[in-house]
Design a protein around this ligand. Structure first.
Ligand code: GAR
Length: 220
């Protein structure tokens, strides 16, 4: 077996997806490690979750920097100190600028609560309901210059039910996001997943569609 995938997780708030990764790792059999958790918010619950599990944490408060570029440069340095194989944005609510992207291109992935390319940005649940969509979901995609616009690696789909409101839909999607994030990181630990020419390649083969989360928590 290869060396465990060294993963750095970035959070801004609750960190329930980070917790899902911690729990999955603890339950064993998965070939990844969480080596570093970084937050731009000192009070983020995600930091406490990491600390409780003995994972090194860092806080980089964006408000302490005079420019976005300065913050981005410091963030890139902080991430790269741990030499991660993969950087997971799990509820990290900052736009990733070129200073961060450049050294980490192809190694940084983001969890987004929509079936991308639908509904980039915020308020995805409400927008999907108001559009009359029959389904919603979450995506993991490579981070690129374009906000929520990088190639989509994996998705999970759930139905929108009659009477759903943004909160009920979000509550139903959340546990599925947890499963998606774990399955995707696990997938990276077993496969060569690359971002090239605006597409996702798995072990050298171009993916025509995002991988889908199956009932057995595998991606196919
Ligand atoms: C998740 O629902 C994730 O999809 C969303 O933030 C939440 C974080 O939850 N991310 C975005 O909206 C990014 N655009 P968590 O802090 O409990 O893991």
């Amino acid at each position: 077996m290869n060396a465990p995938l060294k993963t750095c997780v970035l959070v801004s708030g609750n960190g329930s997806n980070l917790q899902a990764l911690i729990d999955a790792r603890r339950s064993g059999g998965l070939n990844f490690e969480i080596n570093h958790v970084i937050s731009n918010v000192a009070k983020a619950r995600g930091l406490a979750r990491a600390e409780r599990s003995g994972i090194p944490t860092s806080v980089l408060d964006h408000r302490a920097f005079t420019s976005r570029d300065d913050f981005d440069r410091a963030l890139a340095l902080l991430i790269c100190t741990g030499k991660p194989d993969l950087v997971v944005l799990a509820g990290f609510m900052r736009i990733i600028g070129p200073e961060v992207l450049e050294p980490l291109r192809g190694r940084m992935i983001n969890l987004h609560p929509s079936l991308l390319p639908l509904y980039r940005g915020v308020d995805t649940y409400r927008r999907a309901i108001e559009a009359g969509d029959e389904k919603h979901g979450a995506s993991m995609h490579f981070v690129t210059e374009e906000l929520d616009g990088g190639p989509v690696i994996s998705q999970v789909v759930i139905p929108i039910q009659p009477g759903d409101e943004a909160d009920s839909l979000a509550a139903r999607l959340s546990p599925m996001e947890h499963r998606l994030v774990v399955a995707t990181v696990e997938f990276f630990s077993r496969h060569r997943v690359e971002c090239m020419d605006g597409s996702v390649f798995v072990d050298g083969s171009k993916q025509e569609q995002p991988l889908q989360l199956q009932d057995n928590d595998r991606l196919t």
